[in-house]
Design a protein around this ligand. Structure first.
Ligand code: FE2
Length: 363
C-alpha cells in the first residue's frame, strides 16, 4: 500500500454548523471564499442545506440540518459548529472502502452512487477520531459543479480572495493516551506514514502541554497531525477543546498562502481575529530563525510567527476560535522550504510571554 496510496488529496472539508446561510457569509466576507454551489429547500433537498465555498484549491462545504432529528443537527447540538467530515479524493471509492474495512476501519456509509445529467459521483465513509467522518470521494465520472443535487451559484464579487491557496494540514485532538492508537490507525489501516523530522523532540517541551505526531500520505499531499493533551500544571488548550467539543475532533485547519503578509493584512482588515503575539517574541526572532526574506518589523506589526527547520523556514499565524466554543480555529501558513509545523514556536512564545511577565514584575 505504501507505494500506491489510494488517497490523492483532501477533496473538501465539510463543516456541520447551526446556520449554514450565515456561516457562508462569514467565510466569504472574512476569509475571502466564493460561494459556488448550493443545495437545500430551493433545489428540492428537504433535510439539509449546504453551501460549497472555494478559494484556490480549497473547498469547504457548510451544512445545516433543516429538521430536528437529522444527524447534522444532532452533531451541532453536541459539538457546536465544527468539522463533520474530512473528504479524501480516491480513484475508486468502493474498492478503497472495502480494503479499509477489511483492515479494521469502521464503516459508516457503504459505497453509494449519486447521479444526475452531469455524471455519477461515488462516495463512502468510515469513522475517524471522535464522530469525524473520513469520506472517500470518487468524482472521476462527475462533471458538475460539486455533486448531484447542487446548483451553481454566481460568486459575489463583494469579497476579494485573500490569496489562500490550499489546505496545508488538518489537525485533530484526541483524548490523553489515544494519540498512538490513532497514529497506528492511519498507518496500518489508511497506509499513511509517520512524518519524522529533525526537531520532533521540540514538540513535547515542558511549555507546550501537548504531544503531537504527524501522519501523512507517502507523497505528503495529505498531512494530518494528531494531538493529545500532556500532563501540565494548568488545563491545557487541548483539554479545553475536548471538553467544549465533547470529544475528539478537528482542532485547526492550516491554509497556505504564497504571501502571508498580504493575506494577513487583508484578513485583519476584513475582521478576522488572530491570536496576539507578545512584542518580546520578535526580540530573539533573528537569532532563532536566521535570515528570512520578510522584514521582521512587518511580521511584528501583524503578529506573524516564524520558525526554521532543516529544510527552510515557515511563517504562520493562528486565528481565534471561529465559533463561541473554544474549539476550531485556523492557521495561515507560508512555507519557505520548511516541512515542519512551527514546533519551535511553542517554546519561543512561552518564553516571550515570560519576558513580558518579568517586565511587569510578575515572574
Ligand atoms: Fe498547524
Amino acid at each position: 500500500m505504501k507505494s500506491q496510496s489510494p488517497f490523492l488529496k483532501i477533496d473538501y472539508l465539510e463543516f456541520y454548523v447551526g446556520n449554514a446561510k450565515q456561516a457562508a457569509v462569514f467565510y466569504q466576507q472574512q476569509f475571502g471564499f466564493a460561494i459556488t454551489a448550493f443545495r437545500g429547500l430551493e433545489t428540492g433537498e428537504q433535510k439539509t442545506a449546504s453551501y460549497v465555498l472555494r478559494q484556490g484549491e480549497i473547498c469547504f462545504v457548510l451544512s445545516s440540518a433543516l429538521c430536528p432529528d437529522h444527524p447534522v443537527g444532532q452533531a451541532v447540538a453536541r459539538h457546536g459548529d465544527g468539522v463533520g467530515a474530512i473528504a479524501l479524493s480516491v480513484a475508486d471509492a468502493q474498492q478503497t472502502y472495502r480494503r479499509l474495512v477489511e483492515r479494521g476501519a469502521v464503516g459508516v456509509i457503504p459505497p453509494t452512487t449519486v447521479a444526475d445529467s452531469l455524471g455519477q459521483l461515488r462516495f463512502a465513509a468510515i469513522r475517524g477520531y471522535g464522530e469525524t467522518l473520513l469520506k472517500l470521494v470518487d468524482r472521476g465520472a462527475y462533471r458538475g459543479v460539486f455533486a448531484p443535487g447542487f446548483v451553481a451559484q454566481t460568486p459575489s464579487d463583494s469579497a476579494p480572495t485573500a490569496g489562500l491557496v490550499s489546505i496545508d494540514h488538518v489537525v485533530g485532538n484526541v483524548a490523553r493516551g489515544e494519540m498512538d492508537r490513532w497514529v497506528k490507525f492511519f498507518i496500518d489501516v489508511m497506509g499513511f506514514e509517520l512524518l519524522v523530522h529533525f526537531d520532533d523532540s521540540a514538540i513535547s517541551t515542558p511549555f507546550s502541554a501537548l504531544m503531537s505526531k504527524v501522519v501523512q500520505t507517502p507523497d505528503g499531499a495529505i498531512k494530518l497531525p494528531i494531538n493529545e493533551p500532556a500532563l501540565a500544571q494548568r488545563r491545557s488548550q487541548i483539554e479545553e477543546y475536548l471538553e467544549f467539543y465533547d470529544g475528539p475532533g478537528v482542532q485547526h485547519i492550516a491554509l497556505s498562502t504564497r504571501d502571508i503578509i498580504a493575506t494577513v493584512k487583508q484578513l485583519q482588515a476584513a475582521g478576522v481575529a488572530f491570536l496576539p503575539t507578545p512584542p518580546t517574541y520578535y526580540e530573539t526572532l533573528a537569532e532563532r530563525v536566521g535570515p528570512i526574506a520578510e522584514p521582521i518589523e512587518q511580521l511584528a506589526e501583524l503578529g506573524i510567527l516564524a520558525d526554521r527547520d532543516g529544510s527552510g523556514y515557515l511563517l504562520q499565524i493562528f486565528t481565534q476560535p471561529v465559533q463561541d466554543r473554544p474549539t476550531l480555529f485556523f492557521e495561515i501558513i507560508q512555507r519557505c522550504g520548511a516541512t515542519g509545523f512551527g514546533e519551535g514556536n511553542f517554546k519561543a512564545l512561552f518564553e516571550a510571554i515570560e519576558r513580558e511577565q518579568a517586565r511587569r514584575g510578575n515572574l
